[in-house]
Every structure is written in structure tokens, then in C-alpha cells.
Ligand binder design. Structure first.
Ligand code: ADP
Ligand code: MG
Length: 258
């Protein structure tokens, strides 16, 4: 059975996509069959893996709204054990059209279940890159997931919004998906030279004791550059600090999932 991990934070620019792409790549490189689902209409995870959105015939929209089987939509990537369900701007339309659909919170879960039940060599991990909102797309991710991973940017307003996010996770657990567990909070864009990064990390650890990943993602220029080359960090610059920490994070994820 695949472990399904939703990477969520309603704030934009906190490192969700960077984490989704690179942790998926590192899981796959460590031998785990991994499927990355791009649930953000911006399609940053899709282009971050070098998939050209303009040349795609189908994408996640067709799965969610047109009932197209997920196997028609899944794309191979440059990493052997990593596949991708790509997103384009069409997915923004899905967010609207889902509203009037029956069982609207479970559309992604059903599409995934049908696909995962079918594929012969099943996946070990499914990673979902969420859009920056707590709307219906994100609810679909949380309803489908076993775990939620929350990237938290090391900046002053980091804690703001986390309370609302945790309330949403609780609401989902009570109403939509009793299996959902908090896998952990991941401190991102850490800069050890600034007191702010250190303080914010301490604060988050105080509020969420035991739930913060030991692996901390530093600010790393190569991590910022890799998406424009359409490559995960382990391919773009395998000897960078970014490659090292995301490899470490993938190991911690495997340990935590247990
Ligand atoms: P989100 O998906 O939460 O909106 P992204 O992963 O797209 O956030 O990150 C926002 C921006 O910050 C992107 O330009 C990304 O390349 C950059 N970035 C993310 N993590 C790091 C990091 N650890 N070091 C440097 N730049 C980063
Ligand atoms: Mg993103």
C-alpha cells in the first residue's frame, strides 16, 4: 500500500513545491516507487521536473473533472522510479467545477484509488503538492492522504496561519478522513546567520514539540536555481547542500512513516 503524503501550507512561497519535487526525487533515488501529484494550477512541480506543460495532451484536470483514468495522465520523469501527474492552468477550472460535484472532497481520492488499485508494481509513496490555499483542491488532498507534511518558512510571520492550518487538519480528521496524521513540520529557508531563523525555529519547536523534522532545509542558492533548469536538486547539483539535506529528509520521512 502506498503511503500518501500531502505537502500543505496555505501560504505561498514557503517551500512546498521545492520540498515536493526534491523529496519525491530522493525517495525515488533511494529505491521507493514514487508518484508526485501536482495539485497546483501553477504547475510548478510539473515544470520543476522538466515536463513541458504546453505539449501535454492531458493533465490532472481531465482526471478530476472528465473522469479520465489517471494512468492516461501519468508521465515518466528523468528519474526512473518517479512518475508525475502533471497540472496546468486547467486545474484552476477544476477548483471551480468541483464545487457542484457530488462527494466533491473525495474526487482525487477516488481517482487515486482507482489508479493505485490497478497498477501492477504499486507505488511506495504518493506525494501531493498542494496549492497555496485551504480551498477544495487542498481538502481533496487532505481527504486522500495518510499524512500531512507542513513546510514552514523561517520568517517572522511563520506561526501566523499555522493555527488555522492545524484547525483545518483537525476538521478533516473529524469529518472527511480519520486516518490523517501530521507527519511533521519542516523548517525551510533557514539562515543560521540570522537570529530570526533561530528564534522562529525555537518558537515552532515550542508549540509543536516532537513534530518538527530534525532535518532543517537551509536557504541554498542551488535549490532556488534548479527549477529553472527543470531538474530536481540531486540531478542539477548532486554535491550541493540542497541535495544533501533533501536526501536526509527523505530518510527521515521513511523513518517517520514507519
Ligand atoms: P511554494 O510551493 O510554497 O509556493 P516554492 O517551493 O515554490 O514555495 O518556493 C518559493 C521560492 O523560493 C521558489 O522560487 C523556490 O525556488 C525558492 N526556494 C524554496 N526553497 C528554497 C531554499 N531552501 N533555498 C533557496 N530558495 C528556495
Ligand atoms: Mg508551489
Amino acid at each position: 500500500m502506498a503511503h500518501i503524503i500531502a505537502i500543505t501550507n496555505q501560504k505561498g512561497g514557503v517551500g512546498k513545491t521545492t520540498t515536493a519535487v526534491n523529496v519525491s526525487a530522493c525517495l525515488a533515488e533511494s529505491g521507493k516507487r514514487t508518484l508526485l501529484v501536482d495539485l497546483d494550477p501553477q504547475g510548478n512541480a510539473t515544470s520543476g521536473l522538466g515536463v513541458d506543460k504546453a505539449s501535454l495532451e492531458t493533465n490532472l484536470y481531465d482526471c478530476l473533472i472528465e473522469g479520465r483514468p489517471m494512468e492516461d495522465v501519468v508521465q515518466p520523469t528523468m528519474i526512473k522510479k518517479l512518475s508525475l501527474v502533471p497540472a496546468t492552468m486547467d486545474v484552476a477550472g477544476a477548483a471551480v467545477e468541483l464545487v457542484t460535484m457530488e462527494d466533491r472532497e473525495y474526487i482525487l481520492k477516488k481517482a487515486l484509488q482507482a489508479y493505485l488499485g490497478q497498477v501492477k508494481k504499486s507505488y511506495d509513496y504518493v506525494v501531493i503538492d498542494c496549492p497555496p490555499s485551504l480551498g477544495l483542491l487542498t481538502l481533496n488532498a487532505l481527504a486522500a492522504a495518510d499524512f500531512v507534511l507542513i513546510p514552514v518558512q523561517c520568517e517572522f510571520y511563520a506561526l501566523e496561519g499555522l493555527a488555522q492550518l492545524m484547525q483545518t487538519v483537525d476538521m478533516v480528521r473529524d469529518n472527511l478522513n480519520s486516518r490523517l496524521q501530521l507527519l511533521g513540520l519542516l523548517m525551510t529557508m533557514y539562515d543560521g546567520r540570522t537570529n530570526l531563523s533561530i528564534q522562529v525555529t525555537e518558537e515552532v519547536k515550542k508549540y509543536f514539540s516532537g513534530k518538527v523534522f530534525h532535518t532543517i532545509i537551509p536557504r541554498n542558492v542551488r535549490l532556488g536555481e534548479a527549477p529553472s533548469h527543470g531538474e530536481p536538486i540531486t540531478i542539477y547539483d548532486p554535491h550541493s547542500r540542497g541535495a544533501e539535506v533533501y536526501t536526509k529528509l527523505a530518510k527521515e520521512v521513511i523513518r517517520r512513516v514507519g
